[in-house]
Design a protein around this ligand. Structure first.
Ligand code: NG6
Ligand code: CA
Length: 507
């Protein structure tokens, strides 16, 4: 017998047990990764995070089977910048034009730089996005919605894409599959405009009697009516292509499930972007009225059910063991974000941000500290971790997971935190920049918020933004609700964190 035997000979000879276990498992185990991204879900919106008025059994089960994080953050307090950070591993405030985008915006993700899906592609994975996109499409605002639109998700690392362009409250209210509007008809071309009315479709402003859900006074959402709901922006044409709000969520679910079952034999990465509980909240009939908290609560039940459907599918296909599921939200919660949908009237004591101050749009913790659950292959079970983690770290951490090297300077704000993410250790980032209208920096549970001229309170959405013209310092360990500004008491802390933030800005 020769001294050096190849792996295949060993395997065929049934001598596999002679190989060291680690090297074998490293070869075999490339886990699938599914990143489920909720839209505007708050830190207090799940029963596993302490919600009393709502039950989210499927997400609670996910948390029990894995690690639940209590100090994990989106990079920003709104959608587009958070998603940009997740995709690129760079803080969005370093690049202009990364604020909340209209539905006709051009693509803001660079096509020539590393992205989260490209990390997986470089490791041989098949990649897909299903759901809300909101990072722009094409090279310019003016585009032909009836032709294939490029560049888009398929040009920044996704092999397959099934998306809607921006938010459910913005036109065009259509799905795009691999850049092509689904069910578009040449005879009824889609026109989109954010400045002036196009075509003859009624608007919510002119015809409130046509609405099945009223827009909140003063917030807009009263332009073109689609499916009985006033939207932001004007559109005409594409009558066949327009979605039915009650079907959006299940359409995404089915597309996600199709992708999973079609790619079950080889490693895949699925970026599954749910639209709940973002406005307009118009859940499927089976969820309407179920939560007793208005449509926002019903949408959360729909979201929880959707996650349960994915879990069930993974189990049925035998993929639950070699798949990592990560669940989080792109920013904190808001009750009235443009429609009279019962979220305020039927709040019933529900605290969407839990014990945190502020919510969506705020630099306070409520803006970015969000539910974050990781479960699956290699993840500690039944653990609660207070490691400081940002969604921006998923890029470098995924590279670590799948064994891809990032080049120096690539995804420069993303930190490799595989041990923290899998619940193996509690040490996360040393510091983290938070972003809303202004910036904040957190280190060792001290949080410094930079002075800003923005409004301290947004009346229409009832949001405490955290914008103040002076320095703010909070001791998050003892004051998670950011009630006491202790900047005057700890001037050295303020100076230290200010300097650190300045250094981050210049990086
Ligand atoms: C705001 C919208 C809000 C929502 C948000 C984006 C107004 C008054 N409000 O500008 O309804 O669409 O943008 O939400 O227009 S996000 O989750 O995508 O960031
Ligand atoms: Ca959002």
């Amino acid at each position: 017998m020769k001294k050096t035997l190849s792996l295949s000979i060993l395997l065929s000879a049934g001598l596999v047990i002679m190989l060291p276990k680690a090297s074998l498992s490293q070869k075999i185990s490339k886990p699938n990764v599914i990143y489920i991204y909720a839209d505007d879900l708050g830190f207090g919106d799940l029963s596993s995070y302490g919600a009393q008025q709502i039950e989210t059994p499927n997400l609670d089960k996910l948390a029990k089977s894995g690690t639940r994080f209590t100090n994990a953050h989106s990079s920003s307090a709104t959608c587009t910048p958070s998603r940009f950070a997740l995709m690129t591993g760079t803080y969005p405030w370093r690049q202009d034009g990364t604020g909340v985008l209209p539905g006709d915006a051009k693509l803001i993700v660079p096509t020539d730089k590393i992205t989260l899906p490209k990390v997986f592609k470089n490791a041989g994975y098949t990649t897909a996005i299903v759901g809300k996109w909101h990072m722009g499409l094409g090279n310019q605002v003016k585009k032909d919605w009836n032709a294939a639109i490029k560049p888009g998700p398929n040009d920044v690392g996704f092999d397959y894409s099934f998306i809607f362009p921006a938010t459910a409250d913005r036109v065009p209210t259509v799905f795009l599959e691999n850049g092509q509007v689904m069910a578009a008809e040449a005879s009824d071309p889609i026109l989109v405009d954010y400045d002036k009315k196009v075509g003859n479709d009624p608007t919510g402003k002119e015809h409130p009697e046509l609405l099945k859900m009223q827009s909140s006074p003063g917030q807009g959402h009263n332009q073109t009516i689609v499916n009985g709901i006033g939207r932001i922006g004007y559109m005409s044409g594409g009558k066949r292509a327009r979605w039915v709000d009650e079907e959006v969520s299940t359409t995404f679910l089915h597309k996600a499930q199709d992708f999973i079952s079609q790619h079950q034999d080889k490693p895949f990465f699925l970026y599954f972007c749910l639209t709940e509980p973002h406005v307009p909240r118009m859940p499927a009939t089976q969820f309407k009225g179920k939560s007793k908290l208005g449509y926002r609560g019903d949408a959360i039940l729909q979201l929880d059910w959707t996650v349960g459907q994915i879990q069930q599918q993974l189990q049925l296909l035998g993929l639950d063991k070699n798949t990592i599921v990560i669940f989080s939200s792109d920013n904190g919660p808001v009750l009235d974000d443009g429609y009279v949908d019962g979220a305020v009237a039927q709040q019933n004591g529900h605290q969407a941000a839990g014990p945190l101050r502020g919510g969506k749009y705020s630099i306070f913790e409520g803006g970015t500290r969000v539910p974050f659950i990781v479960s699956g292959q290699g993840v500690a079970q039944g653990k609660v971790s207070d490691a400081l983690i940002s969604q921006i770290d998923l890029l470098a951490t995924s590279a670590q997971l799948v064994g891809v090297n990032l080049r120096p300077g690539e995804a420069k704000d993303s930190e490799p935190l595989l041990k923290a993410l899998t619940g193996q250790e509690n040490k996360g980032r040393a510091s983290m920049v938070q972003h809303a209208y202004t910036l904040a920096i957190v280190k060792d549970n001290w949080k410094y918020i930079a002075p800003s001229k923005g409004t301290p309170y947004m009346k229409l959405t009832d949001t405490e933004t955290g914008n103040l013209p002076e320095d703010q310092l909070y001791d998050l360990k003892n004051d998670i609700g950011e009630k006491n500004n202790v900047a005057d008491r700890y001037p050295e802390k303020v100076a230290e964190l200010k300097q650190l933030l300045e250094a981050e800005r210049k990086k």
